[in-house]
Design a protein around this ligand. Structure first.
Ligand SMILES: [Fe+2]
Ligand SMILES: [Fe+2]
Length: 287
């Protein structure tokens, strides 16, 4: 099987999960400098299912608000447009894939634990390193392995073969993907994110989370997102907070970790916090 085959088949799948209309309208409004906050709040509020979930999340313990918010507009005023936009995006993507599929041969719950653990760890690392917009790092962490769900759902037979081979050879999953499929969940996930019109830094972090050196050189504007997605996902996996697929587990690349100037003691503290928070957060997101 060659690369073109999977990528071509991907573009032909009509039932690929789609993002709700609200996200497309939201993205258009956000890039338009003339749009205002109340227009944005109105678009999110129109989709009641999404709006109510966003409000529930905003009011959860994770945002530590003293008084609960009752509307999207209020949430934007208190948390900022970027945070509300990212929560809305995250809720929509998680909803489009759902939580469990009977035919799945890997553990979806563990998959989302890994996604949320990476999301939280990236956000806390970004905060610790004083990077702007830590919520952007939450979003990239949450979605970094989305290509695996595409493989499981739409290329199931190939996915099973890759998993079996990974276990047999005690190898890295993404190396076996490359060998057997001539592509991997990074490329597949980034193609889906592109199709959905997600921000460039999300597409880049998905694309390069296992090859951060290459990604940081090719997409310097996304370098912090790529580096932290890589470090956070490898650290959480190594510490057994969620798992994605069986096979060899490796830590983050040393030079990437060094570049981001993160002390081991900081990562230890963050992992403890993430370990405690992750289950509660999944419940809040309805997984
Ligand atoms: Fe991955
Ligand atoms: Fe991962």
């Amino acid at each position: 099987m060659n690369n073109a085959t999977i990528v071509e088949r991907l573009s032909e799948i009509e039932r690929l999960p789609t993002l709700p209309v609200v996200i497309r309208e939201l993205q258009a409004l956000i890039v338009n400098p003339r749009s205002n906050m109340s227009q944005i709040a109105k678009v999110i509020s129109r989709d009641q299912a999404i709006a109510s979930r966003v409000i529930r999340l905003v009011n959860s313990a994770f945002y530590g608000l003293r008084t609960p918010v009752a509307s999207i507009q209020q949430a934007i005023v208190i948390l900022g447009l970027n945070t509300v936009k990212n929560i809305t995006l995250g809720v929509s993507v998680v909803n489009s894939f759902g939580s469990s599929v009977a035919a799945s041969i890997f553990d979806r719950e563990q998959f989302w634990i890994h996604g949320f653990a990476t999301a939280l760890a990236s956000k806390y690392l970004a905060r610790g390193l004083k990077y702007p917009e830590p919520e952007d790092f939450f979003l990239t962490g949450l979605l970094h392995d989305i290509g695996i769900l595409v493989l499981d759902q739409f290329f199931h037979d190939e996915f099973v073969q890759v998993l079996q081979c990974t276990v047999r050879q005690k190898a890295l999953f993404h190396h076996i993907e490359k060998e057997c499929l001539a592509t991997d969940h990074c490329e597949i996930g980034s193609l889906l994110a592109e199709k959905w019109g997600l921000p460039k830094f999300v597409i880049d972090a998905i694309r390069y989370h296992h090859t951060p050196g290459m990604g940081m050189a090719q997409c310097p504007e996304s370098r912090d997102k790529i580096a932290l997605a890589h470090v956070a996902e490898a650290e959480m996996r190594q510490r057994g907070i969620g798992s994605v697929v069986p096979g060899w587990i490796n830590g983050p690349e040393t030079h990437i970790r060094e570049k981001t100037a993160i002390a081991v003691s900081d990562i230890d503290a963050i992992s403890n916090k993430v370990g405690e928070e992750v289950q509660a957060l999944m419940k809040e997101w309805g997984i």
